[in-house]
Structures are given as structure tokens and as C-alpha cells.
Ligand binder design. Structure first.
Ligand code: URA
Length: 240
């Protein structure tokens, strides 16, 4: 027997906190009766959340979160320097980890899950999952340098794959440019190194999109669970 809020969150339908709120709001039914916080359920009990019966058999406790990562947080599961991690921001009792990494000072879209199969798919180079970044760089970037980034630059003795690059704006007063860059590779510090290789320092970096998932509706530090449809769509990005 487990507390109903724990069962709901472990199944990956809602975070524990949201599940508690739904129970308080009377949106959770156990075998057709309104649940109270702390009610316990057995495997055979029917749980209904917002009218939807939870599938307790086919779901293998896989959870998927999309986080708008703030600055000053590491994207590893634990940090030897004791800094705050992306895991600390997610309310779950399951062991989850980030899909790939964002630097300590990089903000934006990052996925967290306990689904190893999907993680491997999303990180495998052959699947060429697109990531869109907005970089604030020092200097006014020239057309020919944008062209260089587009066709590939040398970082760590390797040429980067062709990228989509677009100058969004520039500011002569502050001597900075805002550049949108879409890449599918995931080398360490790739975007910063790409700019550095042609003489520009990245002052700020944010990932606007990971695959088709953007964080427009999430404030810094906020997260949401992926819908089953989104998870299916991510699986569909795998190439055989
Ligand atoms: N490229 C970088 O340089 N840093 C990131 O955090 C992500 C991509």
C-alpha cells in the first residue's frame, strides 16, 4: 500500500506537489470516491485524476521533465563542489538525470528523465537532434564570420557540421551581437568554442529549443512534465 500522491507522481503523471494539490482540490478519485491526502492505495485500486483513469500496468514509471534551467546550476546529477544541480529543482522521488549538459552559466531548455532508452536516442549523433541557441557575443559579427559558422569551424581539431546561423540583432553602443544558432552535435562547450574559434567571446548563452521543445512558457527555474504525445514524438526522431 502506498500513498496515492506518491503513486501518481511515481507513475509520472504529476509531480508530488501537483498530485497533492489535485487531491486537496478533490480532483482525485480512488475507486470512484474522492481521495484525501494520505489515502493509501493497493495495486488493484482504480485511480482517476481529473477524470482520467491512470494506467498503472503499462507505464513503467518513466518520467520526463522539461526544465528552463537558470544560471548558476550544474547539469549533472551530483556536483563534487556541492553546487546546486538541475535535479535539485525537480520535485520527484525517482532517480532522474539530465539528457546532455548545459554549462553552469547557460540557461534554457533541458530534459530530465529516467528513461535510458530515450536518452540514448536523443544523444546519439546519428539522430541529429536539433538544438537552438541564442548567443550574446562580444563584437559585431560580420557576414563572412556568420558564413564560417554556417559551413563549419574547427574546434578541438574537428570541423563542426553545417549549422543554421542568423544574426538577430546587434548593438553598436554595447558592441554586442545576438546570434541564433542551430546545431545538432553536442560537443562540450560547443557553441562557445565555435564562436571563440573565429574570435568572438560568448557573453550569454541560452538554449531556446531542444528538438521541438521550447521553454517559452516556463519561467527560469520552472519545469513541466512532457505529455505522452511529446514523448512519442521524441521517440519518433530516432533513425534506424
Ligand atoms: N554550447 C556551449 O558552449 N555551452 C552550453 O551550455 C551548450 C552548448
Amino acid at each position: 500500500m502506498e500513498r496515492v500522491q506518491k503513486v501518481i507522481s511515481n507513475l509520472g503523471y504529476e509531480s508530488r506537489r501537483n498530485a497533492e494539490k489535485l487531491i486537496i482540490d478533490g480532483k482525485v478519485l480512488i475507486n470512484g470516491h474522492v481521495a484525501s491526502l494520505g489515502d493509501k492505495v493497493k495495486d488493484s485500486d482504480e485511480i482517476r485524476v481529473n477524470g482520467v483513469i491512470l494506467d498503472r500496468k503499462n507505464n513503467q514509471n518513466k518520467v520526463y521533465y522539461l526544465l528552463n534551467k537558470p544560471r548558476g546550476v550544474v547539469s549533472t546529477s551530483n556536483d563534487d563542489k556541492g553546487r546546486k544541480t538541475v535535479i535539485d529543482l525537480i520535485d520527484t522521488s525517482l532517480r532522474i538525470y539530465p539528457v546532455g549538459r548545459l554549462d553552469y552559466d547557460t540557461t534554457g531548455a533541458i530534459l530530465l528523465t529516467n528513461d535510458g532508452e530515450l536518452t540514448n536516442l536523443l544523444l546519439h549523433p546519428k539522430n541529429e537532434i536539433e538544438k537552438v541557441y541564442l548567443a550574446k557575443i562580444k563584437g559585431i559579427i560580420t557576414g563572412s564570420d556568420i558564413h564560417k559558422l554556417k559551413s563549419g569551424v574547427m574546434i578541438d581539431s574537428k570541423k563542426t557540421s553545417p549549422a543554421l546561423v542568423k544574426l538577430k540583432s546587434y548593438d553598436k553602443k554595447t558592441n554586442t551581437s545576438m546570434v541564433l544558432i542551430t546545431i545538432h552535435e553536442g560537443h562540450n562547450h560547443q557553441v562557445k568554442k565555435m564562436f571563440l574559434s573565429i574570435g568572438y567571446e560568448v557573453l550569454k548563452l541560452t538554449r531556446l529549443k531542444f528538438a521541438f521543445l521550447d521553454v517559452k512558457n516556463l519561467k527560469s527555474g520552472e519545469y513541466r512534465m512532457l505529455t505522452p504525445k511529446e514523448v512519442k514524438k521524441l521517440y519518433g526522431l530516432g533513425k534506424n
